[in-house]
Design a protein around this ligand. Structure first.
Ligand SMILES: Nc1ncnc2c1ncn2[C@@H]1O[C@H](COP(=O)(O)OP(=O)(O)O)[C@@H](O)[C@H]1O
Ligand SMILES: O=C(CO)[C@@H](O)[C@H](O)COP(=O)(O)O
Length: 533
């Protein structure tokens, strides 16, 4: 049934690595509009590849902040042209790729307050950033700062106990420390530091938006138990950081009404609420309505695996974040940098640049790939921290190449064996009743999901939209309006369609992959040792 012409709508956005996307739902949780802007294709003047610039050292990875602003101009224009009635949007929220940082120049808060609705945002904000190229999650150039932070906190495990993670190069605190040490002038000229998520929220608010607890957990700065900035971490990172970051807030907070710029330029209602934005993985947890016991596998630019956690048990591998929908709880996350872009590279080389041929290669090759195993760490991996491509035959001998079809299966099996191995090390076990919930761009590929189901030996489910982050943001917008009255997230979204079963494991899957997983673990150790020798 279509929604009534004036019924309220809820807008969810996602500012991810390769694109800016939007989903609009009605009060019955039906998707009524979807739109997106691809950075490489639609904003080619910024010359990004996969939404980023990889610098000459191969470690520094940034995105132009004005590209993100211009993408918002384009997206809202597209939505307006498509006839979306913004005046019906009762609340909006959003998400951003995690860990990336935006440095606002002194005076930017005044500019944000007085935006002229006759001009584009990217024109109005062109002088508002002290750093024009924002460090993003793919950056791995802050190793020294990570070592310094761990030393200051009393070791890697102690830091993990406070912030949920040992020090990681892409985590925002280490990026801020690097900027402070290497670009003192730009740092001095900075009035506020946002995450990608709180930066996008600031545009809508017309003022600086708070960092939410969940995305704030990806900075190596937040104490995930007290939900305040950790004094030890702030001190070890940069001076006056509490002022530069502002106070963190619950992820369900209503930050205020949308700014008058959006009211006049796009026809938003003055009472449309902006609900705190969060990280894309936390938003995805909301979009899939993940429950304790489920495991989510996101196949976006990065591959991530995440779980709902009741109690934090931080370790040296993986991350614990504050939960985005249930304030007292947590989520665990593993991130793998060599995800979709690595599959794309193998597709281009071995399957004529076609996903269809890539899928055929998966269907035409047997479970276990005749014992061949591949590691495809084309850029410095996060889990485990290794770079290099290694292929092994069934006798564990390293070989220099595989046939194209075998290579296709090797990349997908290798990636999923790694996801399972590290999820199990995090304490996860596949038991009867386990649901693997798949999302992200590659979750539209049935053959890839079949391999996922076989390797995990569990049924795989998807939601109708491959983009659970935007949907999660729209759900969070709706929930934000009633969260203060203690309404639970799951009550608010109980009418959402249930995930659909898309793949069940082959009867031989357990036998094949239990054995292969043991071999994979030993070979991974060999690869790690080789790369460190
Ligand atoms: N049919 C397909 N099979 C496998 N992968 C796909 C398919 N369609 C899209 N993808 C992958 O999805 C990726 C984008 O995923 P998405 O979740 O939208 O990214 P992000 O949110 O990180 O920008 C692309 O890089 C592409 O490799
Ligand atoms: O670094 C992480 C999570 O810790 C990444 O998952 C980023 O959040 C980027 O997300 P995508 O653009 O790949 O969805």
């Amino acid at each position: 049934m279509a929604s009534a012409p004036r019924a309220p709508l809820y807008l969810g956005l996602d500012l991810s690595t390769q694109q800016l996307k939007a989903v609009v739902i009605d009060g019955e949780l039906r998707v009524v509009h979807q739109s997106g802007v691809q950075f490489d294709a639609e904003l080619h003047e910024f010359r990004t590849q996969g939404g980023v610039h990889i610098h000459a050292d191969r470690l520094t990875v940034t995105s132009p902040v004005l590209m993100w602003v211009k993408a918002l101009d384009l997206l809202l224009d597209k939505m307006k042209r498509a006839g979306l009635d913004f005046s019906r949007v009762r609340a909006l929220s959003g998400s951003g790729q995690q860990h990336g940082s935006v440095f606002w120049r002194r005076g930017a808060s005044e500019t944000l307050k007085h935006l002229d609705p006759d001009q584009d945002l990217h024109q109005l904000l062109q002088d508002s950033f002290s750093v024009s190229d924002s460090p993003v999650w793919m950056d791995s150039s802050s190793t020294q700062q990570c070592e310094d932070l761990q030393a200051a906190a009393g070791g890697a495990l102690r830091l993990a106990e406070i912030t949920g993670s040992r020090a990681y190069e892409r985590f925002t605190g280490n990026q801020i420390a690097k900027l402070h040490q290497t670009r003192a002038e730009e740092f001095q000229d900075t009035e506020r530091i946002s995450l990608v998520s709180s930066f996008a929220a600031s545009l809508f608010l017309g003022g600086y938006a708070a960092i939410d607890y969940s995305d704030g957990s990806g900075m190596n700065l937040l104490d995930i138990r007290t939900r305040n900035w950790s004094e030890i971490c702030l001190q070890a990172t940069a001076p006056h950081l509490d002022q530069l970051l502002g106070a963190p807030l619950p992820s369900t907070s209503v930050l205020g009404p949308v700014s008058s710029y959006f009211v006049h330029r796009y026809g938003f209602s003055e009472s449309c609420s902006v609900v705190a934005f969060t990280g894309d993985n936390p938003a995805s947890l909301a979009g899939m309505r993940l429950q304790p016991g489920d495991v989510a596998v996101s196949l976006g630019t990065s591959d991530t695996v995440f779980l709902w956690l009741q109690q934090p048990r931080p370790a040296l591998e993986g991350h614990v974040f504050c939960n985005p929908v249930e304030q007292q709880e947590y989520m665990a996350l593993l991130c793998f940098k060599n995800g979709s872009l690595t599959r794309e590279r193998v597709r281009n080389e071995c399957a004529g640049a076609s996903w269809e041929l890539f899928s055929t290669a998966l269907s035409d090759t047997p479970l276990g790939n005749h014992g061949n195993i591949g590691f495809y760490f084309e850029t410095m991996e996060i889990t485990p921290p290794v770079i290099g491509v290694h292929r092994f035959d069934s006798a564990d001998c390293e070989v220099s190449s595989l046939s194209p079809q075998v290579e296709v299966r090797a990349v997908v099996e290798g990636q999923f064996l790694s996801r399972r191995l590290h999820a199990e090390r995090l304490g996860y076990s596949i038991i009867p009743g386990t649901r693997v919930l798949a999302t992200g761009g590659a979750s539209s590929n049935k053959e890839i999901l079949q391999v996922l189901s076989d390797v995990f030996n569990a049924p795989v489910y998807t939601i109708d939209l491959s983009d659970s982050t935007c949907l999660g943001s729209a759900y969070r917008a709706l929930h934000g309006l009633v969260a203060e009255s203690r309404a639970s997230f799951f009550d608010v979204v109980k009418k959402a369609p249930e995930p659909r079963l898309v793949a069940t494991p082959h009867p031989k899957a357990k036998e094949v992959y239990d054995k292969l997983l043991k071999r994979y673990a030993l070979l991974e150790e060999r690869v790690v040792q080789k790369s460190h020798s």
